[in-house]
Write a protein that binds this ligand. Structure first.
Ligand code: SAM
Ligand code: SF4
Length: 330
């Protein structure tokens, strides 16, 4: 089997696929209050096209896929797509990132899919009012219910908490405290400027180091060994069932071991979150590309993977990073 290896010898085993650019929430760090300009439906990859791209990638050594968006559960028949993707025998794991507001009734079906073991749930506040301010939608009770149901399920649950100056930094310790009784991983994410030009003035800079120091004001933490390609640095708090982690999304100290590529909802191939898109796979597919053509293409595209997110950002032709994570797929 040929493998996807970049020019730094990194083997690509993980693809993040945005299944839609639509979302039911309007998180202030992700998009403006009125939302982003969504693309016409025909410009989105179809599920069949997604299945085929993933199949070809798995024939080149990709083992895991993360399905994200936009909000994946906003797309009609997303759960059927999960079932369809489960038939790919070369795929080890299907992970999902969701805001959790719409998934309550799907948890049983998802639990029955043996390749789906990990769910990342985004939740930025434990206070209903603040949650509504951040997401611009009053859905905290639904999201928290999802958290509880997922916690009871067999699925591994990770919480994604974007640390936002002036909004939820006073809840970092509360989120860490959740891990005492709950066997979950709470991961704090550095806020990035991918906000669809929503007006977010970041007053202070909450970096990895500062977040860690904030946790340490209350708890003694011990770093735990993480998978080499992990996006977070992870810690155990004495006596707690779960773990806490920090994702240095903006300070980018994790790029060395990156094993990921991305495909946006419109089929743009990305080697790095910070690049501005490398190739339009959708048009290539719709022009009649064969699986062999696709393989050749992927093998050559990953050779362009930049060393790290800083190089990717410097190489951008389309200017500063301002596009919404909802269009890229977070
Ligand atoms: N809608 C789903 C959700 O919110 O989980 C999936 C898509 S969302 C774009 C994926 C992740 O990106 C979420 O955890 C979200 O908090 C994070 N995210 C979005 N914009 C971000 C930003 N500007 N900085 C840091 N993280 C961001
Ligand atoms: Fe939607 Fe997720 Fe962006 Fe929030 S972070 S607006 S839930 S895509």
């Amino acid at each position: 089997m040929q493998h996807l290896v970049d020019s730094f010898g990194r083997q690509i085993e993980y693809v993040r696929l945005a299944v839609t650019d639509r979302c039911n929430l309007r998180c202030q760090y992700c998009m403006p209050a009125h939302g982003i300009d969504i693309v016409p439906r025909k410009e989105l990859l179809t599920f069949k096209e997604m299945y085929r791209l993933i199949r070809v990638l798995t024939e080149l050594g990709v083992k895991k896929v993360r399905l994200t968006g936009g909000e994946p559960f906003v797309r009609k028949d997303f759960v059927k797509f999960l079932e369809m993707l489960s038939y790919n025998d070369l795929l080890d794991a299907i992970n999902i990132t969701t805001n959790g507001a719409l998934i309550r009734h799907h948890i049983d079906t998802i639990e029955a899919l043996e390749k789906v073991n990990n769910i990342n749930l985004s939740i930025d506040s434990l206070d209903r009012k603040k949650f509504a301010e951040i997401t611009r939608r009053d859905v905290f009770p639904d999201v928290y219910k999802t958290l509880e149901l997922l916690e009871e399920s067999r699925l591994n649950l990770k919480l994604n908490v974007v640390v936002q100056s002036g909004f939820n930094t006073n809840e970092i310790v509360d989120f860490a405290r959740l891990t005492k009784e709950k066997n979950i991983a709470v991961r704090f994410i550095e806020e990035m400027p991918f906000n669809g030009i929503g007006q977010r003035e970041m007053k202070e800079n909450w970096t990895f180091r500062r977040i860690l120091n904030e946790i340490k004001t209350e708890f003694e933490v011990q770093e735990i060994q993480s998978e080499k390609s992990s996006t977070s640095r992870n810690y155990k708090i004495e006596g707690h069932l779960g773990t806490v982690g920090i994702i240095p999304a903006f300070t980018r100290t994790i790029c060395n071991d990156c094993n990921r590529i991305r495909i946006t909802s419109t089929g743009t191939f990305k080697n790095c979150l910070f690049d501005d898109g490398v190739f339009n796979l959708r048009d290539f597919l719709r022009a009649g590309a064969s699986n062999e053509d696709l393989k050749e293409l992927f093998l050559s595209l990953v050779k362009e993977k930049p060393k790290d997110g800083f190089v990717a950002e410097a190489n951008r032709k389309k200017g500063d990073v301002t596009e919404s994570m909802s269009t890229i797929g977070g």
